[in-house]
Design a protein around this ligand. Sequence first.
Ligand code: TXA
Ligand code: MG
Length: 348
Amino acid sequence: MKTYIIEIDEENIEEKKLEKPAAILSAGGTVAFPTETVYGLGANALEPKAVKKIFEAKGRPSDNPLIVHVAKMQGVEKLVKEIPPKALMAMEKFWPGPLTIVLEKTDLVPKEITGGLNTVAIRMPSHPIALKLIEKAQVPVAAPSANISGKPSPTKADHVVQDLSGRVDAIIQGNSCDVGVESTVLDMTGDIPIILRPGGITKEMLEAVLGKVEVDAALEGAEGAVPKSPGMKYTHYAPKAEVYIVKGKEEDTIEEIKRLQKQYKAQGKKVGILCFDETYSKYDEGTLKTIGSRENLKVVAANLFKILREFDDTEVEIILAEAIEEIDLGQAIMNRLVKAAGYRVIHV
Ligand code: TXA
Ligand code: MG
């Protein structure tokens, strides 16, 4: 399939350039586009045939439901049975932006979107290209991250072209994504909102507006807990190399990473290290990459997937990664890193 590639400057959007991709969406095709979190792969959410194309292009399991993206509040009302007062508060405060809200769906939302669930996940992105595209297409847009299933999510146009060129109808190339990790998924079907996936809007930010907010037990690692967000059970964000996270005090972490590095090297394996600016100078051998300063979690989040993908361009077979404290954005960052590591966390 030939993929139509369009470059658009988000600072100065030429609306004419959005006409073709919007028409492709309305006609049931697939279009990858930038959002403030990661690039998304969109299709008409109300058209099961169009939605199927997303799953095929990504190689995504069909029971993993998709987020429906809207450009206006009027877009939400027909998709959900009701908008409870707290959900409305969350929408007013955090939309447009990196918050996805799960509510009970209406019959208009096809089961292909929800993986058979009776709820639907909805988000209004804040990226100007995403908003204009959805508005012009005049349909709600289902959009998972625009990567091949299992790989790190795309935060740069190049990542999308690498993964999806020849597999989708169009790709809109914009700048790098600001947030860099996917939206927070918040279940608002009950009295107390539950975070199903940590993201750009933190628990702390949500609680300041909504009062008590819980975190899905499965996310917290409770034994036997069944993930509510079906996406949580699949391999995610994984670079080609095997990732191991080392968690503990700084000196202990560095020592353990160096010990493991030696051990794997002795086995003939090429080892990479993923660290932070603060410890960059403490390691001296191998492929070393920093995700940013521990003092600036926004930058760390924005860099994470890009750096994981960069390791794919090296010979590295094992990546030893430092952990970060799970507060504020650190929750979303560790959530993605732990999944990239296939839950291999070494406590020291
Ligand atoms: O930032 C984002 O959310 C990006 C951009 C493109 O908007 N999209 C994204 O989509 O990350 P995706 O498909 O990669 O992740 C959707 C997540 C999955 O974890 C899925 O299980 C969950 O949302 N989800 C979708 N519908 C749900 C539902 N009805 N109930 C619970 N979880 C749901
Ligand atoms: Mg994804």
